[in-house]
Design a binder for this molecule. Structure first.
Ligand SMILES: Nc1ncnc2c1ncn2[C@@H]1O[C@H](COP(=O)(O)OP(=O)(O)OP(=O)(O)O)[C@@H](O)[C@H]1O
Ligand SMILES: [Mg+2]
Length: 641
């Protein structure tokens, strides 16, 4: 491979011993820079850590790196630990942050830390983890940060340089190797630019300029069929295509609609059928109803992929797609993040999606993260992007904004968890407030917001003092426990402190852990609970109320999550050895969701094992983890397949 100019520049800086931040478009080739650092560390006999924001990405990197350096790669993701002493260690950013705060000294062998998709520092819920990782980075570690295109990469770099004890170089690449060509489908016609679409596509629509309101019912609008668009792509030779949809249900609904198509020749059909059977066997989903349901689609060159599916079945679909035998894949956004899975064409079902609080127009950065999957390097001279536009929902000005604006700046989302505060308190005591000025938040925001952030930090310390995690300027045993269980600190340490945790049976522990991590989707129905579960529900509700009172008094928003017991009958059955299908039948959740929450329960129990608990409780937890972590729930098995 001949390196691109920006890759060469980054590698040169790295070789000179600098930390480096790279900002380049999706698919530009940031991975080779990470691979250079890894190869260099291996050569020099030092260790390196690679972090990624999502598990699908860590898993893919684990396999990729393992291929080039077998036996040299390990992975730590909260639910999987493989080869943890390896010189190349892949982990989630959360695990890295926890490591830094807890056992800084154990990192002395690691010379480099790579943050893939470092623009995640802007993520509302998890961004603080990246920020904390950078603030508390040990002095001896070099950083390689890989980012999608962001306009304030300079600001991020200057901040890092101000707290980091070595030079930080920035490498900017704005060009994408395969140029993109954006089209719009509106009222059944394809347009090449927004202005023509606005003139013709919105013609009969009584659309009040610049206003967001919906169309009156009587206005006549031609249908805008996705079906016609797929036919158009097929006729123009623009397949394969990734079709982005912003709801899980709709991915399957659209696939069903497209069953009238058959994209494969008889030989391809045979090939894909064989491959599907083989992959299903390898990932142990052969015969599963969900795998059988997918088969007729696959045999026509159609696939779907979303978070409600079994993780192993998703993996099967990813492999199929890489084999190029799938021509159209209907998928949610997760398919867009860093996973090397390009196509010739990308379709956006709409340019709006759900952002935490409600539906909003896509951010330009998110649009390009997905659109950038179009155009395979070395295969396609250009990539094609089709946006489906309904005059009912979006104004032409907004379409223009999504596609042609500069991507949004990254903003600090600093919001230290109680566990972080406790870990800092144990090393810095009342001086912990001196750390805040080192944050990106402080670097970026106006003075009044800085004061607010400091007040929030003080309020968290007040809560911890009132709840008994800190006493006489010392971390108590309760506090030590809380400092190990990120995100669920107050609830779990309270249960521990009251002696409740120690008194639970293995089964009750499993039910409780699940209730602690579980978050029902809207309108999820709640089954009748067993007496045991009901008791735990009443107990945790009482504790939560008391905690919220203290938080409210301290003047911070309620951070302690409620426990939800909707899935407890399923956990009960699973622990008793029921099959996956029997267990699934007991809950109002899809397969992927159930597996994800079972895995999260294992993760929280593993965190408890790090806390100061009795040997008896430790044994109980270890035992129940083994029971839960079987079949499709076992993520390690998936990695080994
Ligand atoms: N110099 C090069 N010449 C040819 N192909 C390259 C070069 N560099 C990278 N590639 C190829 O480009 C593709 C995309 O690379 P990569 O996954 O590293 O992109 P990325 O910048 O990390 O994008 P993302 O934002 O999706 O994470 C890969 O298939 C890779 O092999
Ligand atoms: Mg990448």
């Amino acid at each position: 491979m001949i390196y691109d100019e920006f890759q060469k520049r980054a590698i040169e800086y790295i070789n000179q011993g600098n930390s480096v931040i790279v900002s380049a478009p999706t698919g530009a080739g940031k991975t080779v820079i990470a691979e250079h650092v890894i190869a260099d560390c291996l050569k020099k006999g030092v260790k390196v850590i690679y972090t990624a924001p999502i598990k699908a990405l860590s898993n893919q990197k684990f396999r990729d790196f393992q291929e080039t350096s077998p036996d040299k790669v390990g992975i730590l993701t909260g639910d999987v630990t493989l080869n943890a002493q390896a010189p190349v260690l892949i982990m989630t950013t959360e695990i890295f942050r926890n490591k830094i705060l807890e056992e800084k000294s154990n990192l002395h062998e690691y010379a480099w830390i790579i943050f893939d998709e470092i623009h995640y520092i802007d993520d509302y819920e998890r961004g603080t983890v990246w920020e904390e990782s950078l603030i508390f980075l040990p002095d001896h570690m070099n950083v390689l940060g890989l980012s999608a295109t962001i306009p304030n990469i300079g600001e991020l770099t200057r901040w890092l340089e101000s707290i980091h004890h070595r030079p930080v170089k920035v490498v900017l690449e704005e060009k994408r190797p395969v140029p993109l060509h954006v089209f719009y489908q509106c009222q059944g016609r394809v347009y090449e630019n927004v202005h023509t679409m606005a003139k013709q596509g919105y013609k009969s629509a009584d659309y009040r300029h610049g206003q967001r309101g919906r169309l009156p019912r009587f206005a006549h609008v031609h249908p805008n069929k996705s079906h016609d668009l797929i036919r158009y792509l097929e006729d123009e030779g623009l397949l394969p295509c990734i079709y982005f949809v912003f709801s899980r249900k709709r991915t399957e609904y659209l696939a069903e609609e497209m069953r009238v198509f058959d994209f494969l020749s008889p030989t391809e059909k045979k090939e894909v059928a064989g491959l599907y059977t083989e992959l299903c066997e390898r990932f142990e989903v052969a015969g599963e109803p969900s795998a059988e349901k997918l088969r007729p689609f696959v045999e026509r060159g159609i696939g779907y992929h979303h978070a409600g599916m079994l993780p192993t079945l998703k993996e099967v679909v990813e492999r199929l797609f890489t084999s190029r035998l799938l021509k159209v894949i209907f998928t949610t956004e997760t398919f867009a993040l860093g996973i090397n899975m390009p196509a010739r064409t990308v379709i956006f079902d709409e340019l709006r999606k759900f952002y935490g609080k409600g539906h909003a127009t896509l951010k330009t950065r998110d649009f390009y993260q997905m659109a950038g999957r179009a155009g395979r390097r070395g295969i396609d001279p250009e990539g094609f992007v089709f946006c489906r536009i309904s005059p009912h929902y979006i104004a032409p000005e907004e379409v223009q904004k999504v596609v042609f604006s500069k991507p949004e700046k990254v903003r600090s989302q600093f919001n230290a968890a109680y566990a972080t505060v406790l870990n800092l308190y144990s090393t810095h005591g009342e001086q912990l407030y001196d750390i805040y000025p080192k944050s990106f938040h402080h670097f970026q925001v106006r003075p009044y917001l800085r004061r607010k952030a400091l007040r929030d930090l003080e309020a968290k310390v007040d809560v911890l003092k009132e709840m008994g995690q800190i006493e006489n300027e010392q971390i108590t045993v309760k506090g030590e426990f809380a400092s190990k269980v990120y995100g669920y600190e107050l609830m779990l340490s309270e249960l521990f402190d009251q002696g409740i945790l120690e008194g639970l049976s293995a089964r009750q522990l499993a039910i409780l852990s699940l209730a602690i991590v579980y978050e029902p989707r809207k309108n999820t129905s709640k089954p009748d609970l067993s007496q045991e579960a009901r008791k735990l529900e009443i107990l945790t509700r009482k504790i939560k109320r008391a905690i919220h009172k203290v938080e409210k008094r301290a003047g911070i928003r309620e951070l302690c999550k409620r426990c939800y017991f909707h899935m407890s009958p399923a956990m009960d059955a699973w622990v008793n050895g029921a099959s996956f299908d029997e267990t699934l039948a007991l809950v109002d959740a899809d397969e992927g969701e159930m597996v994800r929450f079972f895995r999260m329960s294992i993760q929280i129990m593993r965190e408890i094992l790090d806390a100061p608990v009795s040997d008896q409780l430790r044994e109980k937890i270890c035992g129940v983890i083994v029971v839960i972590n079987r079949d499709v729930v076992d993520s390690e098995k998936q990695l080994r397949a």
